[in-house]
Design a protein around this ligand. Structure first.
Ligand code: GDP
Ligand code: FE
Ligand code: FE
Length: 201
């Protein structure tokens, strides 16, 4: 990958400073996951003519709050995008929103498309931007993912971002049901909305 230099005023940090910040916040294994998601998302962005810079920033930051505590989450209770019902769920659900809010307050993230791509990367969104699709898909198919369906997901990502997104959403629902875990209401709403708008209901 040729060196990606940020040229737009999307966040206060340059790529090297952003990588160092993410590395400091996470275990080495999770930091490396973020680098693999970034490489995957940037490659897909180039393949589809989407914004590699936004894909890079959103991917590097998507799991920035994955090791944060509930106490840190609660420090954002006054934020307009804070949802108190997150406390009934776990970090699995709120680490995306907290990462977005932290990046906005601490790192000078000012770009809405990146903010919401990070915020919704786990549960999905009714308003899938190209950046949101690239992060969600790349998180699912980065090279060290090994679940049985990943090869199909990688093949779909090479054909169409939309095909890969709907495959990921369906697979996530199957996985949660198989494990007997609760489905976050928006996870289901996003899937239903996608089916209604893309497959004629
Ligand atoms: P990661 O942060 O790279 O591990 O990936 P994600 O952010 O996509 O997922 C984080 C965790 O949230 C995974 O274990 C998912 O299975 C889980 N998850 C995703 N959607 C839901 C949901 O609707 N309900 C619950 N309980 N867990 C979910
Ligand atoms: Fe995540
Ligand atoms: Fe991730």
């Amino acid at each position: 990958m040729s060196k990606l230099v940020y040229t737009k005023a999307l966040i206060r940090l340059d790529r090297e400073a952003l990588i160092a910040t993410v590395q400091e916040a996470l275990s080495q294994a999770r930091f490396e996951h973020c680098l693999r998601v970034e490489a995957t998302a940037v490659a897909l962005a180039k393949q589809y003519g989407e914004d590699a810079e936004r894909a890079s920033i959103a991917s590097l930051l998507h799991d920035y709050a994955k090791e944060a505590t509930v106490a840190e989450l609660k420090q954002y209770a006054d934020h307009p995008d804070y949802d108190p019902t997150w406390l009934n769920w776990g970090n699995a659900i709120w680490h995306g929103p907290l990462a977005a809010m932290k990046a906005q307050r601490e790192l000078g993230l000012v770009d809405d498309e990146i903010y919401w791509a990070i915020y919704w990367h786990t549960v999905g969104t009714l308003n899938w931007t190209p950046t949101a699709k690239l992060v969600a898909i790349s998180d699912f198919i980065e090279p060290k993912r090994t679940f049985p369906e990943v090869d199909e997901a990688r093949a779909l990502a090479n054909q169409s971002l939309d095909a890969a997104i709907v495959y990921k959403m369906a697979q996530e629902l199957r996985f949660l049901i198989h494990k007997g875990r609760a489905v976050y209401p928006q996870t289901l709403a996003v899937y239903n909305h996608w089916v209604e708008t893309h497959q004629g209901g």
